[in-house]
Design a protein around this ligand. Structure first.
Ligand code: HGY
Ligand code: MN
Ligand code: MN
Length: 423
């Protein structure tokens, strides 16, 4: 019997790590292409994954359904039907060329915890709901947290008009998927239905590994601003237009990107800036690019710091565009405030970590999570699980089975010891 199994056996609970790893691999195989994991919102892979997760939920004794925006929702009743719930969950969409743990670990672990309660015929003085959010990453329509915003009742209708790179609007994609875009409101939940929202997630950074800890207690989720920059110059013949007469949008974008990186590098308070996507048109070797679109993702430990940085960065790229006689348009496509984890709930996470024999270590989340939307209808807390090398949003993303089991034991302990906030 492994150390983790022995530890789990001591609590009368089975080791959950094995089942979790097996399901991570099963879900991780549902992808747009076998070579690079991508499970994007409202695609056939989304539907296949939803069907599999719903079957796991039902196998764990939950009633389960796909909600109006494509989230998977499971409910495990408490001591009597209709009680407010402790909501658990995470997302099951991915970035492109993703790792298989970012999102699914929290969702699968929550389902395994409920299955363990079900197996022991354990009913609690509250219901447990597990939600798999359909679009946390915002890969397809540039705006993120679409699933959790729908649950929180804060989905912005105008996003339905956003188009993906193939020109398909979210509205059209929902209809193709078999969902009614005018019905998204049915996914919204009321604050009175939830005691709290708790999410288990991989850390996506190296801090727990540096401290040789399998789990951590999250203090806050860093806010983020996403911008879409559009540079317009003049396309022309690569062989005939003298360099001094060019209005090269790609060369201009390159100078902007280096300026953004340089500005963030000189900051000493945790500012990070990323240009993750660029598209140069018309995209021919022998044509000077006349138009370029690129994205900018800016994050900082506080909202004030981030907003000042965004304003400074926009001023800098405006000056570059002006000097190069390029037209620049910058749109904010997504803005998320920094979200604190509720002290009363964070305290119960810390108790569960300590009860499972681990040091209580607190850390902030630089990555965004669905709790940033769920905060509008419930207090939130998060459990972090160590991931190898802190690597994430990459196929090398990995969690050791023992750490997956440690995370599950902490989450199960939190659930069984959960006390709703005294109001
Ligand atoms: O971008 C993020 O921080 C998250 O992984 N969606
Ligand atoms: Mn992610
Ligand atoms: Mn994630």
């Amino acid at each position: 019997m492994s150390k983790t199994e022995a530890a789990a056996a001591g609590t009368g609970r089975s080791s959950l790590g094995g089942e979790i790893v097996e399901r991570i691999n099963q879900l991780g195989a549902i992808s747009e292409t076998p070579e690079h994991l991508a499970r994007i919102f409202l695609t056939p892979e989304h539907r296949t994954a939803a069907d599999l997760i719903l079957s796991w939920m039902r196998g764990a004794g939950m009633s389960a359904h796909l909600d109006a925006i494509g989230n998977v929702c499971g409910r495990y009743e408490g001591e009597r039907p209709g009680l407010p719930c402790l909501m658990l969950g995470s997302h099951y969409d991915t970035v492109r060329d993703a790792g298989k743990w970012d999102g699914p670990l929290g969702l699968i672990t929550a389902i395994s915890c409920v299955a363990d309660l079900y197996k022991r015929e354990r009913r609690l003085p509250f219901a447990i709901e597990v939600v798999g959010f359909a679009d946390e990453e915002g890969v397809r329509f540039a705006s993120t947290l679409l699933g959790s915003r729908a649950v929180a009742g804060t989905f912005v209708e105008s996003v339905l008009n956003s188009r993906d790179h193939a020109g398909i609007s979210m509205r059209e994609a929902m209809v193709q998927f078999g969902l009614d875009p005018d019905h998204i409101g049915a996914a919204a939940r009321a604050r009175r239905e939830l005691h709290a929202y708790v999410e288990l997630h991989i850390e996506q950074g190296p801090v727990l590994e540096q401290h040789d800890l399998p789990v951590g207690v999250v203090t806050a989720i860093a806010g983020a601003t996403r911008l879409a920059a559009h540079l317009t110059g003049m396309a022309g013949h690569a062989g005939t237009v003298p360099m001094a007469l060019r209005r090269d949008a790609l060369a201009g974008a390159s100078e902007c990107i280096v300026a953004i990186e340089g500005f963030c590098k000189t900051d000493e308070d945790g500012l990070v800036g990323t240009v993750g996507y660029i598209d140069a048109m018309p995209g021919a070797t022998n044509v000077i690019p006349g138009r370029v679109n690129f994205t900018i993702d800016i994050r900082a430990p506080t909202d004030a710091h981030r907003k000042l940085a965004v304003a400074d960065i926009v001023r800098r790229i405006e000056a570059i565009a002006k000097r190069r006689n390029l037209a620049l348009q910058v749109d904010v496509t997504h803005e998320n405030r920094t979200v604190p984890c509720a002290p009363w709930l964070k305290g119960q996470v810390a108790e569960a970590v300590a009860a499972e024999g681990y040091p209580v270590f607190e850390l902030p989340s630089g990555a965004g999570h669905d709790g940033m939307a769920m905060i509008d209808i419930a207090d939130v807390a998060m459990i972090f699980v160590r991931c190898r090398g802190g690597i994430s949003h990459h196929p090398d993303e990995h969690v050791e089975p023992a750490d997956a089991d440690a995370g599950a034991r902490v989450l199960l302990r939190l659930i069984e010891n959960f006390r709703p906030r005294e109001v």
